[in-house]
Design a protein around this ligand. Structure first.
Ligand SMILES: Nc1nc2c(ncn2[C@@H]2O[C@H](COP(=O)(O)OP(=O)(O)OP(=O)(O)O)[C@@H](O)[C@H]2O)c(=O)[nH]1
Ligand SMILES: [Mg+2]
Length: 300
């Protein structure tokens, strides 16, 4: 159920129209890649949220490779997108059997962290794993209650210490997981504190607790990004990458978004692979990302 990009085509249809449909419709009937056509193409790619750097890199390539004709623009983009995604790294979620696997989940408020944790908890429970959620967002009112509901829904256990220091919640979760042989810890974190500096400081503290007590178990440090934030998401990713050594991105709310091109920007500019995709608000609305399927869905 989770391996395959179910309904992927409809999920990315708006992105596909913005990123591929519009470009192909406008460009492919042209005789040659004149400066005028290249400018048009660059503008279309930028307005599809591909990012200025990547858009100009692609048009520069066309400027130099005089053999490619506008009628081949679709094939050209398809190859480039696939290469970019594959160069950003393996899209398979890291997991080690018979070991503790910690997933550290970060992102700005409202990105979909807690929902992702609920979905991941359910996915691992479906596979028969012992799952512990660390309720590390002790800042926002009702955040702990919200993650508690996800733990019950998914059948995962939870460490919750209301309004305690997040680092101490994570510490306790690690001890419990080690003593009771859990397979997975999912670490929920706050998306907003008093200010950005405080948030980064807190995430650094949590990271230190993990490093000190279970460094070998930190399987992924995942940034959750709302697909609708487009290029703004790239800026967010830069800030988090500097602070918590991200290993992967989970893109949420791809259902209905026209800005899924952010997947490509992130791969290009930050060399971070997207590994998980949220395609709805329900527990089962989680997909593993796969570069080939994604590109295929964009172009078919
Ligand atoms: N359509 C859609 N909605 C989603 C998806 N993931 C999360 N949401 C919704 O986005 C909203 C915010 O999700 P949360 O999981 O609470 O976000 P958060 O990052 O934990 O937010 P804070 O705890 O405030 O930092 C909720 O209404 C979710 O139902 C998704 O993949 N698709
Ligand atoms: Mg949350």
């Amino acid at each position: 159920m989770f391996n395959f990009f179910d309904k992927l085509k409809s999920t990315v249809s708006k992105t596909a129209q913005a990123l591929v449909g519009n470009v192909v419709d406008t460009i492919s009937d042209e005789e040659e890649f004149s400066e005028f056509v290249l400018d048009d193409m660059e503008d279309l790619l930028i307005s599809a949220d591909l990012g200025v750097n990547y858009a100009s890199e692609l048009t520069d390539k066309l400027r130099k490779q005089t053999k490619i004709k506008p009628s081949q623009v679709k094939e050209f983009l398809q190859n480039e997108f696939l290469k970019t995604l594959e160069e950003a790294g393996e899209s398979e979620l890291n997991y080690k059997e018979n070991e503790l696997n910690i997933y550290f989940i970060t992102g700005v408020n409202g990105a979909g962290k807690t929902t992702l944790i609920g979905k991941m908890a359910y996915m691992f429970k479906q596979k028969g794993k012992r799952v512990l959620i660390a309720a590390g967002d002790t800042f926002r009112a009702a955040a702990e209650e919200q993650v508690d509901i996800w733990s019950k829904r998914s059948g995962a256990d939870i460490v919750r210490k209301d309004k305690a220091e997040p680092a101490s919640v994570i510490y306790e979760a690690i001890q419990k997981a080690k003593n009771e042989s859990y397979d997975v810890i999912l670490v929920d974190t706050a998306g907003r504190l008093q200010n950005k500096f405080n948030l980064m400081e807190e995430l650094t503290k949590i990271k230190m607790v993990i490093n000190k007590n279970a460094q070998e178990s930190l399987r992924e440090s995942i940034l959750v990004l709302d697909a609708n934030t487009g290029q703004n998401g790239l800026q967010q990713a830069k800030v988090f990458k500097d602070c918590v050594d991200l290993t992967a991105v989970a893109l949420t709310k791809l259902d209905g978004s026209a800005k899924g091109a952010i997947v490509l920007s992130i791969a290009k500019d930050l060399s971070l692979p997207v590994k998980l995709v949220g395609v709805g608000e329900k527990m089962e609305d989680l997909r593993f990302f796969n570069s080939r399927d994604f590109v295929k869905a964009l172009f078919d």
